[in-house]
Design a protein around this ligand. Structure first.
Ligand code: NAD
Ligand code: UFG
Length: 347
């Protein structure tokens, strides 16, 4: 079993991936500054992962832009860090338009600092959280990894810059083992309802907004456009259950650690699209609650339809998604009901 460093491990995707990796027997060191997360998430991960898991989960509260924090995270372990799973970063598209330098600093400078620390500590295996946002307005759907990288906002530019940084590094020095994983739309929660997505303030994304409407925290959903060139006129996305995504990270790590050094670039999605109205209907079915909505103008920067071609991930990782839209809604609903205010309400 490997000693792994997980940056941003307290966050939404990081916490679910920590659970999967602990259950697989790995030793984890998490570095997180809790900018967008709570220490409670990792306490619950340790509880869910079983009796001995707490001994295999260590945490440094720190910032990936701070080399001292990173050195502490790399050094405070019995074994050397074998691989890094790099989630830490900022992800709000609108905020990135308002504060581009913040996004270049945290996402790009932060990733550079992390890679420099990896060089100092002779670790050359990394799984990076990239995004389907790289594809901008896609010219073909399903989208293959060979599609043009043409981001349309600073968040997307920051992900493209880190992807380039990783490619330059792998070309400069043999021995790097790198996976650039382009996530489509991660949603849902662990089926226990103990960990899930806990956005601060008004959610930007569809799923947390829908769950908050169903629980009564928000009055109604605004559907951004019903005149898209899609079957029902609302936007279509490739939603991926966060536990499928977490298992995708485990699969990528296994391949990187077992095979020769390489640079992998893979879409992680289901290959199936669902519209906003499909999500509303599925959510109403599992929750028994109604999700009132009004139709608004299209949201600037949205594409009509983004769906992954997931065949490369299936071929290279022997991994594919298996949880349905109904399971995504059910698990998000269980999480929301058990934690109406997210992690700020202790159970
Ligand atoms: P999240 O905000 O829940 O998790 C990110 C974590 O990183 C948080 O715990 C946060 O506190 C931490 N963090 C932020 N800045 C940090 C810093 N400077 N130093 C240390 N820790 C820091 O987000 P998430 O949804 O779990 O996303 C994880 C990664 O996946 C991000 O890089 C994101 O851009 C990428 N991604 C997310 C989505 C999505 O829709 N959720 C889609 C594609 C890609
Ligand atoms: N939508 C609504 N109402 C809302 C929120 C969203 O109708 O209140 C619609 C959007 O217009 C879109 C769909 O729901 O058609 C999904 O929107 P999200 O905001 O949930 O997700 P996006 O596809 O816009 O983007 C998300 C992340 C990005 C990431 C991308 C791909 O926010 O950071 O998935 O991974 F890059």
């Amino acid at each position: 079993m490997a000693q792994l460093l997980i940056s941003g491990g307290a966050g939404f995707i990081g916490s679910h991936t920590c659970l999967v990796l602990l259950e697989a027997g790995h030793h984890l060191m998490v570095i997180d500054n809790y900018h967008n997360s709570s220490p409670e998430a990792l306490r619950r991960v340790a509880n869910l992962a079983g009796p001995d898991a707490a001994n295999r989960l260590n945490i440094v509260e720190g910032d990936i832009r701070n080399s001292d924090d990173l050195d502490r995270a790399f050094s405070n372990n019995k074994q050397d860090i074998e691989a890094v799973v790099h989630f830490a970063g900022l992800k709000a598209v609108g905020e990135s338009v308002q504060q581009p330098l913040l996004y270049w600093d945290v996402n790009v400078v932060g990733s550079c600092c992390l890679l420099q620390a990896m060089q100092r500590h002779r670790c050359r295996t990394i799984v990076f959280s990239s995004s389907a946002t790289l594809y901008g307005y896609p010219t073909q759907v399903p989208i293959p990894e060979s599609a043009a990288v043409q981001p349309i906002n600073p968040y997307g530019h920051s992900k493209a810059a880190v992807e380039q940084m990783l490619m330059d590094l792998s070309a400069s020095e043999p021995g790097w083992r790198i996976a650039r994983l382009r996530y489509f739309n991660p949603v849902g929660a662990h089926c226990s309802g103990k960990i899930g997505e806990d956005p601060r303030g008004i959610p930007n994304n569809l799923f947390p907004f829908v769950t908050q409407v169903a629980i009564g925290r928000r009055q109604e959903l605004q559907v951004f456009g019903n005149d898209w060139p899609t079957p029902d006129g609302s936007g279509v996305r490739d939603y991926i259950h966060v536990m499928d995504l977490a298992e995708g990270h485990q699969a990528a790590l296994d391949v990187l650690l077992q095979e020769d050094p390489q640079l992998l670039t893979l879409n992680l999605g289901s290959g199936t699209g669902h519209s906003v109205l499909d999500v509303v209907k599925a959510f109403e079915a599992v929750s028994g609650r109604s999700v009132p909505y009004t139709v608004q103008n299209r949201r600037p920067g949205d594409a009509a339809c983004t769906v992954a071609d997931p065949s490369q991930a299936a071929a290279r990782l022997n991994w594919s998604t298996h949880r349905s839209l109904l399971e995504m809604c059910q698990d998000a609903w269980t999480w929301q009901q058990n934690n109406p205010k997210g992690y700020s309400t202790l159970d």
